[in-house]
Write a protein that binds this ligand. Structure first.
Ligand code: 5GP
Ligand code: MG
Ligand code: MG
Length: 181
C-alpha cells in the first residue's frame, strides 16, 4: 500500500521537551537517591532519544539496558499482542529499575513489560513515560512519571516513528493526512 501524503504539525517543541526532561530527571534522582545503581531500561525503539536525554540529567550511578517489545508493527493501531523481540542483556533481580517508554496508549505494551520484569524480582521498579494518551487506555496501568498528557492523535518525532520515519525530528508533532481520503 503506498504511503498516503501527510504533513507534521508541531505539538510539543524541543525546548518544552528539554525543560520537562530536566524536571522528570530531578524527580527520578530524588526518588532513587542513595541507590548503588539504577538500571534504566529503555523500550526500543521509540524511547531511544528520550532515554539518551533523560540519563544525562539523572544524577545517580546509572546502567542502561534495552528491551524491544512489539505491538504495532508498521500500523497505526495496537495489535494488542505483545511480543518480546529483544530481551535485556543484564539481570535486574534485587536492582533498582526505571523503565522508560515513549508512549502509553492502550496500555497493553507497558502492562506486559511490567509484568515480565516484575517476575524477575527487582528491588524497586518505576516507569517513566514521555507521553500518555489517557483517553485511549484499555488496560489499567499508569507510569510513575509522565512527561506530557496528549489527546488521541498519532504523533511522531523525538524518537517516535511513523512506518520507521520521522524519528529524527527534534520536536513532537502530529501526523495530518493531506489527501482527500
Ligand atoms: P499500547 O500498547 O499502550 O497501545 O501502545 C504503546 C506503543 O504503541 C507505544 O510505546 C508506541 O510505540 C506505540 N504508539 C502509541 N501511540 C503512538 C503514536 O501516536 N505514534 C506512534 N508512532 N506510536 C505510537
Ligand atoms: Mg513504545
Ligand atoms: Mg513504532
Amino acid at each position: 500500500m503506498p504511503q498516503r501524503p501527510y504533513v507534521i504539525d508541531q505539538m510539543i517543541s524541543a525546548k518544552a521537551i528539554a525543560a520537562r526532561v530536566e524536571a522528570l530527571a530531578r524527580e527520578i534522582t530524588t526518588h532513587f537517591s542513595g541507590t548503588d545503581k539504577l538500571v534504566v531500561v529503555g523500550l526500543l525503539r521509540g524511547s531511544f532519544v528520550f532515554i539518551a536525554d533523560l540519563v544525562r540529567e539523572i544524577d545517580l550511578p546509572v546502567e542502561v539496558d534495552f528491551l524491544e517489545a512489539s505491538s504495532y508493527g508498521n500500523a497505526m493501531e495496537s495489535s494488542r499482542e505483545v511480543r518480546i523481540l529483544k530481551d535485556l542483556r543484564g539481570e535486574i533481580a534485587g536492582r533498582d529499575v526505571l523503565v522508560v517508554e515513549d508512549i502509553v496508549d492502550t496500555g497493553f505494551t507497558l502492562s506486559h513489560v511490567v509484568r515480565l520484569l516484575r517476575s524477575r524480582e527487582p528491588k524497586r521498579m518505576e516507569v517513566c513515560a514521555l507521553l500518555d494518551k489517557p483517553s485511549r487506555r484499555e488496560v489499567d496501568i499508569r507510569a510513575t512519571w509522565t512527561g506530557f498528557e496528549i489527546p488521541d492523535e498519532f504523533v511522531v518525532g523525538y524518537g517516535i516513528d511513523f512506518a520507521q520515519r520521522n524519528r529524527n525530528l527534534p520536536f513532537i508533532g502530529k501526523v495530518r493526512f493531506t489527501d482527500p481520503e
